[in-house]
Design a protein around this ligand. Sequence first.
Ligand code: NAI
Ligand code: COI
Ligand code: MG
Length: 371
Amino acid sequence: MNKNITVILGDGIGPEVTQQSVKILNAVADQFGHKFTYDYQLMGAIAIDKTGNPLPDETIASCLKTDAVLFGAIGDPKYDNDPNAKVRPEQGLLKIRKELNLFTNIRPITIYPTLSHLSPLKNEKLQGVDFLIYRELTGGIYFGKKSKSEDGNSASDDCTYSSFEIERVAKLAFEAAQKRQKHLTLVDKANVLETSRLWRKVVQKMAASYPDVTVDYLFVDNAAMQIIINPAQFDVVLTENMFGDIISDEASVLSGSLGLLPSASIGDKTALFEPIHGSYPQAAGKDIANPLASILSAALLLDYFNLTEEANLVRNAVAWTLEKGFVSKDIDPVNNYSTNTIGDLIKDFIENKIPTEFNKKTMEVGKSTII
Ligand SMILES: NC(=O)C1=CN([C@@H]2O[C@H](COP(=O)(O)OP(=O)(O)OC[C@H]3O[C@@H](n4cnc5c(N)ncnc54)[C@H](O)[C@@H]3O)[C@@H](O)[C@H]2O)C=CC1
Ligand SMILES: CC(C)CC(=O)C(=O)O
Ligand SMILES: [Mg+2]
């Protein structure tokens, strides 16, 4: 299979973790006889530094004509700490999501038994935890009109949703639930927010077309607690943009690290694959960041190309590193391996260079989420 992939390394740890994913994609291509061609493009603080624009036109053009986008992360403290900055790295990310109409962000929450000691939950509470967060990605408060008063003493961000925007992401979430445990939980704040009441109305109406799916409704404050005290109750969680952003970082503590969770963003143009974490500037250039969220995002990209065997091999390789203790500092602060070494070990595993008794049981993590 010949495929073009636009690669956006971005800022902070973005380059070092994404380079591991490219290494893995190349190993997969060699093993299975595929050809992946990469087009490297700029976005974020690095793009501002080089061009003055967080999302240059060339990046948009490449993303629109490619087969998939692999993205690292953007963000830099020099902008985070300047409330008056005129231009920000995050504007690039929000804009590419709009340009590609990436209205659905799928975030699989996976538990690795070998990491259960990192979870705040006891083992029995982690049994059966495996859920997907379907986060709406191109609407809501992140895209609303912003304003600041002249004296700088008040500010506002509008939150708007249309039925259409809710329906299209909800449809994908219902379909995912049909393929899984047939349970969908809508997370909202319908006791307070008008937009959330619209989400409930639309989802209640759609539920009639999916009689095999049980639908629950949870207020986001309660959901934030339920994710920690009883996460096994979730199968597919559907929610708006900001709530999904927050509860998915929260859910990562169940897995053991934010550095473990991948995501797929899909719409009606090119799909984009990225870790759920940000640019973790404190670790930039130190070769200590966990590359697994990025590598597992590359596995979702392979799923998207219908390369299921290849994607499962990558997930097996990841599970193998965790089982053998080839882990980064966030997983084991004492005995750990560098970002680059973990990438090399996963590459070796894919290339069958590691003699191992490791049980190559297929892990279908995320498999049915995007195809
Ligand atoms: N998709 C994106 O590009 C995102 C960008 N950001 C940006 O990233 C910058 C930093 O934001 P933060 O709030 O600190 O979030 P962050 O996700 O970059 O890091 C939060 C914490 O999570 C842990 N962590 C994250 N990724 C890790 C990895 N691969 N390996 C090990 N540990 C990891 C670290 O303890 C880190 O301090 C900001 O400029 C923010 O705007 C934040 C979230 C998403
Ligand atoms: C620019 C932010 C919305 C990025 C983020 O936190 C995310 O998408 O998870
Ligand atoms: Mg986030």
